[in-house]
Design a protein around this ligand. Sequence first.
Ligand code: ADP
Length: 492
Amino acid sequence: MSRALTARAPRRRIFRRPTPLRAGEASRVLPLLLPVTTLSAVAVGSALGALVVDRPSVAVVAGALGLLAAAVVAEAFPFPIEGVTGATSLATVFIVAATVLYGWEVGTIVAFLTMIVVELARRRPLVRTSYNTALYVCGGIAAGVIVSVVPAESLGALVARTLLAATAFYVANIALLGAVVARARDEPFLKTERQYFTSTSVPFVVLASLSATLVLLWEQSPFVAIVLVGPLLAIGFYQRWLHGALERLREFDRLKDEFIAVISHELRTPLTSVYGAAVTLQEHTLDEKTQRALLKIISSEAHRLARLLDDVLWASRLDTGRDATRVEPVDAAAVAAQVAEAARSRLPNTLSLEVDVPERPPLVAADPDRLRQVLVNLVDNAVKYSPEGGRISVRLDRAGRDVRFSVTDEGLGIPEREQERVFEKFHRLDPNMSRGVGGTGLGLYICRELVQKMGGSIWVDSEEGRGSTFAFALPTARSPREGMSGEAQQPI
Ligand code: ADP
């Protein structure tokens, strides 16, 4: 069984850091590391000695090299298996087959070379490389012991020998892996071992059966064994695809949970303000100025609530394809000016907003309502994420055959690695609102979907701490009557 079959207590925690082990871990692991690596060094030496004394035939060397190549490729490209932490490699199949077909000496050398070549190519730390290589070698030795004591006079006996050899490899590999993890993490030995064996048992059965199939085919002819390449690749690719799909679902599920928490908070805040202001208005005799201030709170918080619900409705509409977007020639400058004007009326005193629109910009092919919606969203974000005294500008200019809209702020900015992801549904840079700005993570997703539906593209240029420019480009309308004819009239 591959050492990559790591269970819920992943080996990663010990080996994945640049320095091999932390001081405490290293001293705990050493009593295990030393005998295992020494045993494996002695085994590799003895196997080499035995091969020098009793030289294998050319056919054996060729067969062993073929299996080694397959094992190295399988080890270099492991695949994820659902329920097993880390990635699983099929190298075991080829190492066990080499042991059964050509004896313990060849099996041990194939096991040793497979792991050391891959670990060195990956530039893994020395301690990890030696221990992982030793694990494979010990697996190879265990399989070799079975091969030397279990006869294989019939086809059934050969299958039994292979399955037992695969089991021996698996037990040695996983037991040593569990032991080193338990020691390094100072966990109960039996509990860790149980976890490892439980989580790797199903893949083990698959790999052991594959080993038996490979050995049987190889016995007919090594060339016949090539038929296994197709199913093996299919298993690998299918598992990779399945795992990717499940991971995406899990991430989405997590984001949805986060979204429910965020939206509850987001709904509660304006509702509390509206309720508080309304009760105060109802129960107290207030001067006109205070009344106006409270009414302003009610109207702005109600507006915030409406926007929030709109976002949720729009996201659901876009998901289910229930949105109808009609493209027609639109006066982009007028839309930008209206959006800016409306934003100015609600702008906090500490911010300023300017509009920069060319004299006679071309008409743009867009749905006017959706275009407005995108611009409002971007301007609202710019306001939301701007610091006191920040300037916001809305620009419109021509870019080849497109018209480019951009909204620039001097706000928090977005780190480069997040610039693609902010357009994903529910994605927020600050899910815990530690920056104190609430939101649902739906606004930019809706913007992206709407812009794409209108045949355009959207992106962000940003520098952390210095501000962001969200921009999108839409095609210019071919003629003022474009919306009246042809495909552009179709809902898209
Ligand atoms: P939200 O409702 O959270 O604002 P959006 O989809 O509009 O959702 O934005 C997604 C995330 O992108 C936000 O949570 C925020 O972290 C980041 N973001 C959006 N606009 C800006 C901006 N102008 N400046 C800095 N960060 C922004």
